[in-house]
Write a protein that binds this ligand. Structure first.
Ligand code: SAM
Ligand code: SF4
Length: 402
């Protein structure tokens, strides 16, 4: 979601004739887009802002914008109080009004037309936000506080944004939201929105992120089974393998229900790759709870898992005994090793299989399952083709074009 906001901010600059640089010496303006999901991210943002003091001293006419979730949490007064050289603070709740701040700081320059261009992903992939905020209340999470309750964009706005990005050269669209599959606007459900997006000209592949286990329904499973351009990859954060911890986290499902759901998803789309997020060291997590998470790695057959150490963000969590930093670190290491070993197995399972690859260059692309795939040559950039997998290297599949 932060990456998508950064893309939108970059586009706002481009429309004013600015271009991007990662060389501070050349920059006329700097935007620090901050995250606060974990304390470490917030600390990083703060030190990044601190480092800009010298830049501003050398270039007093240069503008500094601090935006995003940590900006929302800490507040303008606090940030400007600590860093008097910051020109503008735009919190995550008002990020869509960033353009107004730009005009306030830089003046209304005539708009110049620029093509869609990506900061983070391949130019063939574009993010399209379909909802902002989140209305769930996971005990550990700061997102609802800094981004506000869920607000769904209208299907017209979503489709217009996607169509613009496809017309500008994207072939793959990623629909974004914190509980993206809970989408509901008037009578339009998530599955209906997907169907409308799939009808847009030029779309080769449709992805979405992040769905929540509570919101997949029959209509979605049927669409997944029927529509091969809907990616065979779902990132479905589980957080823990222990029912006790899931309950404390207020996730709304059990381990068994989660496993049953990914079973149904895989039955609808054979070969579907599933990745996840885990939090280790939630307050009160016992050895047994942690073991349950370790065993879930293998049982879930996740292609990938992002593992985080619990970071206290809210004052709510029922502060049972903290397991301590050393134990937290040890559990994280163990979990990362299990995830790595499992990913290897999942990659090896793909050898001999045929996958659909959207090519970025002649010899490199991403499969529908989100694996990086290399072929010797012959891919057509921007087009999808079938590839038979011949081997698995580190996080990458090798194959031959069919
Ligand atoms: N909305 C998504 C969901 O519920 O599945 C997740 C969004 S959250 C911004 C991304 C990930 O950050 C979560 O899946 C979780 O693993 C991690 N995370 C969130 N709060 C955390 C915390 N307090 N400490 C550690 N990790 C956290
Ligand atoms: Fe946070 Fe995701 Fe839970 Fe919403 S659903 S509170 S964003 S972890």
């Amino acid at each position: 979601m932060n990456e998508a906001d950064s893309e939108d901010i970059a586009a706002a600059f481009r429309r004013r004739g600015y271009s991007l640089t990662d060389d501070l010496k050349k920059a006329d303006a700097v935007v620090v887009n901050t995250c606060t999901v974990r304390q470490r991210a917030e600390d990083k943002a703060i030190s990044q802002i601190g480092r800009l003091r010298v830049w501003k001293e050398k270039k007093p006419e240069g503008k500094i914008f601090v935006v995003g979730c940590a900006a929302q949490k800490l507040g303008e007064k606090n940030i400007k109080g600590r860093f008097g050289f910051v020109d503008e603070v735009v919190g995550a709740k008002s990020i869509e009004r960033f353009e107004d701040s730009l005009i306030a700081q830089l003046g209304p320059t005539p708009e110049s037309e620029t093509a869609h261009q990506n900061l983070f992903r391949s130019p063939r992939t574009a993010y399209v936000t379909i909802m902002r905020g989140c209305s769930l209340g996971c005990s550990y999470c700061i997102v609802p506080a800094v981004r506000g309750p869920a607000v769904f964009l209208s299907p017209e706005a979503v489709l217009a944004d996607a169509a613009d990005k496809l017309a500008a050269g994207a072939q793959e669209i990623v629909l974004l939201g914190q509980t993206v599959n809970s989408y509901k606007h008037g009578r339009t459900t998530f599955s209906e929105l997907l169907k409308k997006a799939l009808a847009l000209p030029g779309l080769e592949r449709l992805r979405f992120m992040s769905p929540h286990p509570l919101y997949f329904d029959k209509a979605f499973l049927e669409l997944l089974a029927a529509e091969p351009r809907l990616a065979r990859y779902i990132h479905l954060p589980v957080q823990s393998g222990s029912d006790r911890i899931l309950k404390l986290m207020r996730r709304g499902y059990t381990r068994g229900q989660y496993l049953e759901l990914i079973g149904r998803l895989r039955a609808s789309a054979p070969g579907l790759a599933v990745s996840t997020d885990f939090i280790v060291g939630y307050p009160g997590e016992t050895e047994k709870d942690f073991e349950d998470t370790l065993t879930l790695v293998r049982e879930g057959r996740f292609s990938l898992a992002y593992c985080f150490k619990y970071s206290p963000r809210t004052d709510k969590p029922e502060m049972a005994t903290d397991i301590g930093e050393a134990e937290m670190e040890a559990r994280l290491e163990k979990l990362l090793a299990a995830v790595k070993e499992n990913s290897r197995l999942v990659l090896d399972e793909r050898i001999g299989k045929i996958v659909e690859v959207l090519f970025e260059t002649e010899n490199y692309g991403r499969s529908s399952e989100n694996f990086a795939v290399r072929v010797k040559a012959g891919g057509t950039p921007g087009k999808t083709a079938s590839v038979q997998i011949t081997g698995a290297a580190k996080n990458t599949l090798n194959g031959k074009l069919l």
